[in-house]
Design a protein around this ligand. Structure first.
Ligand code: ZN
Length: 141
């Protein structure tokens, strides 16, 4: 039962009393109070309807955010697979001598030296600039 329906019910009781609304006194006051209740009820019902619409829009917005999150994480996965970094963050770069992909682990990073398992060449690691893998220093030998 909405507030407007409750007010209409009270209005019915009021009308049932057969009071003269135009006559000064209690009946007149009751009529004015009922009038205010009717207007307040209509406004509150309007707000309820607006809140319902707002709630529906909020649900739609929430769905949209979830979709966007899914899309964002999907594209991030795609980016990861194209990255130079493998899952455990190790760097991969081609051997300057034989071209074999070299995996640079933490140990090699700490030593600043990577040894190619294919051709046996040793290369100093240099991350001073943004040049690509071919920028590795010459054979340390
Ligand atoms: Zn090599």
């Amino acid at each position: 039962m909405t507030i407007s329906e409750k007010v209409a019910y009270i209005q019915g009781l009021f009308d049932g009393l057969g009071l003269d609304k135009e006559r000064p006194g209690e009946a007149r006051i009751l009529f004015e109070v009922l009038d205010v209740l009717k207007e307040a009820g209509q406004r509150l019902d309007g707000m309820d309807a607006a809140m319902d619409r707002f709630g529906e829009e909020l649900d739609e917005l929430r769905d949209t955010v979830v979709d966007l999150e899914d899309a964002a994480f999907d594209s991030e996965d795609d980016r990861d697979s194209d990255s130079d970094y493998s899952e455990d963050d190790r760097l991969q770069l081609p051997c300057p001598t034989c071209g074999e992909d070299l995996l640079v682990d933490d140990e090699a990073l700490t030593a600043g030296l990577v040894v190619c398992p294919v051709c046996g060449g040793k290369f100093a690691l240099s991350f001073d600039d943004e040049r690509d893998g071919s920028s590795c220093e010459e054979d340390m030998d």
